[in-house]
Ligand binder design. Structure first.
Ligand code: BGC
Length: 735
């Protein structure tokens, strides 16, 4: 105690903290776990030199980089003072070695923050986010993220660059795979679920990690679906479409955000004072920090808003980016910028405090090392694998089931055909962290064990994912000829979606389409199974397929849940979180478009104007009948709430889980609004013959209002509609 008082005394006298640091580390205030975090931060900050502060704001890499878009050099000599490392390894021992260096060789013993892209699982890889959203089961998504967090933290990772909550409406953009689809509300709900799963109640409990909302903001609006390019986002659209998921994620306590690559109507996301400071820090009061995307600061030069790396550092930092990911801009120029007065000491201190705050909240000062435990106790635990399987199961969307051909209960010879049938790697999807193909069950293997003793399976690959080699068609045709039904497994390689994976068309390569046409000649029923990281163009495949199942990139569960759906053990319940256009030329096409001046005209002359499969579409093996919408009141005053409900009866012969999507529509408003907007959803198990009542509590201020281009919410009086499927109910907000 005396010693601590002595330390305080010297600080008050303004003596250089360096004099104290070495021998006194154990007794310093910031080292004391009983002291409130803000006091610990202030104490530590008061001891830091300018260089030490700047070091905290940099992130390097350690280990093999498995992101082909960011092939960076391994940093051999990690400085003991570095703020953060992207950790490409999965060995806690290596992390501890580096952490020891930071704790013991740096003057103040500040722990390093270890980060990684754990996007849909660490080793227990579960479906890509776009697939997760189709489950409409945020609780399950939260559980999956908790699994990812536990595996990560126990393997030496404290921070994941996830969730991606960029609303995305152009399937040509490869990164649609990484987000939760085209709807702002869905992105908000699933973003919050992942933040909760990753961070838990207490990020310091050794099983959770810090989340990172990315990419702030508007990245999903990439022109033409081309990655990294300009985005045109009006203030109105920024507020009503792109910001809401972030606001929800910040409210849910997300520790960090990542600034985006895109140029947002002239001001890049990584140099945007309005979004990063005025909105995020001032309005939303976020007290964690923002990391730049990889190289996004130095890229301000390519975007033409900075002439040098130094200017880029200044623009990014003063806009509100606290940590530099792999740009070498802050480490080189930030101290200089502070000395020259171009960056204020106050803002530097604020940035450092934000980074330290996250480190304290993660408990890193008190428990800097990762306990080294056996693999079986940290990865691929049976309960974790069960969550991954369940989520993969609920993500599957049954798009077509002509003559109720599925489930396959009456066929004894099944041909399994196509390049995806025995592939394991591509089912993992992009960003699969430490996922391994050998952990994945292929579609063929899943079907084989499911149909053991019930049907005989044959196999032919038919063709590759692309190219023009059709030499395997004959074998596939023979397999089809000798079978009663053909399961054709097509789709995208894992690298065809994700970052830097734009495509000009949503159609599968010609060779895959040709394979289906060839098989069709055999006259056998076709079950088309698709694994992809984006919605696909299916207008030529749909008419020749009897049934279509989209399984996305399901992760390690691979073909197991699909096999259960095909056999009938599992009743599919997924519904689309992103529209499947009729053809690529329809893009952009999304359900919540604004109203047209001539709804009856302006149609395409060459193709249908409606999409092939719309948002929220998905079939089941049972049937549901929706009753009438009822409201507790049809007219309410401002400040009052009302409840609407709808009974849903399972009229089929088997149990099923049904998701009810609650939309609202404002037919007349002072600004034009989307045709309809999702405001709530709920998934419930309904037993055969049972009726369940789904309820939605409408809070007009929250659910019926709109935001203007400054973020101000406005509720106008007048008529609104509540919409569920084809049911509509008029309600009125009184003056
Ligand atoms: C991606 C981010 C990712 C980062 C780190 C970037 O290229 O855009 O989403 O988190 O790399 O790997």
């Amino acid at each position: 105690m005396k010693k601590r008082l002595f330390v305080y005394g010297l600080c008050l006298l303004g003596l250089p903290s360096g004099l104290l640091a070495k021998g006194d580390k154990e007794t310093l205030l910031y080292k004391d776990a009983k002291v409130p975090i803000e006091k610990r931060i202030d104490d530590l900050l008061s001891r830091m030199t300018l260089e030490e502060k700047v070091s905290q704001l940099n992130q390097y890499t350690l280990g093999r980089n498995n992101n082909a878009n960011n092939v960076g050099d391994e940093v051999k000599n990690v400085p003991a003072e570095i703020g953060s490392l992207i950790y490409f390894n999965s060995d806690p021992a290596l992390r501890n070695q580096v952490q020891h260096k930071a704790m013991e060789e740096s003057r103040l013993g500040i722990p390093i923050l270890f980060a990684h892209d754990v996007i849909h699982g660490f080793r227990t890889v579960y479906p890509i986010s776009l697939g997760q959203a189709c489950s409409w089961n945020p609780k399950l998504v939260e559980q999956a993220c908790a699994v990812a967090a536990q595996e990560s933290r126990m393997s030496g990772i404290d921070w994941t660059f996830s969730p991606m909550i960029d609303v995305a409406r152009d399937g040509r953009w490869g990164r649609v795979a990484e987000g939760y689809g085209e709807d702002p509300y869905a992105n908000a709900v699933f973003g919050v679920a992942s933040v909760k799963g990753y961070q838990g109640e207490n990020m310091a409990d050794g099983k959770h990690v810090a989340a990172c909302l990315k990419h702030f903001v508007g990245y999903g609006a990439s022109e033409g679906g081309r990655d990294y390019v300009y985005t045109e986002v009006s203030p109105q659209t920024l507020w009503d479409t792109y910001l809401p998921p972030y606001e929800a994620g910040v409210k849910a306590g997300a520790a960090t955000l990542m600034s985006s690559f895109n140029d947002l109507s002239g001001v890049p996301g990584s140099a945007n004072h309005y979004t990063l400071t005025e909105i995020l820090k001032q309005r939303w009061k976020h007290d964690g920090f923002v990391v730049s995307d990889w190289g996004a600061i130095e890229q301000l030069r390519s975007q033409g808003v900075a002439a040098s790396k130094k200017e880029a550092a200044m623009k990014s930092f003063t806009a509100g980016v606290e940590m530099d990911m792999m740009n070498n801009c802050y480490n080189k120029y930030l101290a200089e910028l502070v000395s020259e007065g171009k960056v204020s000491k106050t803002s530097l201190n604020d940035a450092v405090k934000r980074v330290l705050r996250v480190k304290f909240r993660l408990g890193l000062f008190d428990q800097p090392y990762t306990p080294v435990i056996a693999d079986k106790d940290r990865i691929l635990k049976s309960e974790s694998v069960a969550v991954a399987k369940k989520l993969a199961e609920e993500s599957i969307v049954l798009l077509k089931n002509g003559n109720n051909i599925l489930p396959l209960t009456r066929f004894s010879r099944i041909a399994v055909v196509g390049p995806m049938a025995k592939n394991k790697e591509h089912l993992l999807g992009s960003w699969s962290a430490h996922g391994r193909p050998e952990d994945v069950t292929s579609i063929y293997d899943g079907l084989e064990s499911e149909f053991k003793g019930k049907a005989k399976l044959s196999y032919a690959k038919g063709c590759d994912f692309d190219g023009a080699d059709n030499a395997g068609f004959a074998e596939a045709a023979t397999a089809a000829k000798e079978a009663d039904v053909v399961v054709i497994c097509l789709g995208e390689k894992r690298g065809w979606s994700g970052e830097n994976a734009s495509r000009s068309t949503l159609a599968l390569p010609q060779i895959q389409e040709d394979l289906v046409q060839e098989i069709k000649k055999q006259g056998k029923p076709i079950i088309l199974v698709l694994s992809s990281g984006r919605p696909l163009e299916l207008n030529r495949l749909e008419p020749v397929s009897d049934a279509i199942l989209e399984i996305w990139q399901p992760g390690i569960a691979g073909g197991i849940p699909l096999a259960g759906v095909i056999s009938g053990k599992i009743n599919p319940s997924g519904k689309l979180a992103m529209t499947f256009p009729y053809s690529t030329g329809q893009i952009p096409i999304y359900y919540n478009a604004r109203q047209s001046a001539r709804p009856h005209q302006g149609k395409y002359k060459d193709i249908q104007t409606t999409p092939l499969y719309e948002f929220a579409y998905g079939l089941s093996y049972t049937t549901y009948q929706y009753g009438d919408l009822k409201a507790s009141a049809t007219a309410v005053k401002r400040g009052q709430k009302l409840t609407v409900e709808i009974p849903v009866t399972n009229t089929g012969a088997r149990d099923g889980a049904e998701t009810v999507h609650w939309f609202i529509s404002d037919p007349t408003c002072s600004i034009s609004r989307p045709v309809k907007e999702l405001k709530s959803f709920d998934k419930q198990l309904i037993k055969a013959g049972e009726t369940r009542v789904f309820r939605f509590e409408v809070d007009p201020e929250r659910d019926l209002s709109f935001t203007d281009g400054t973020g101000k919410r406005i509720l106008e009086s007048g008529d609104y509609y509540i919409i569920v499927k084809d049911k509509m109910l008029n309600i009125n907000i009184l003056d």
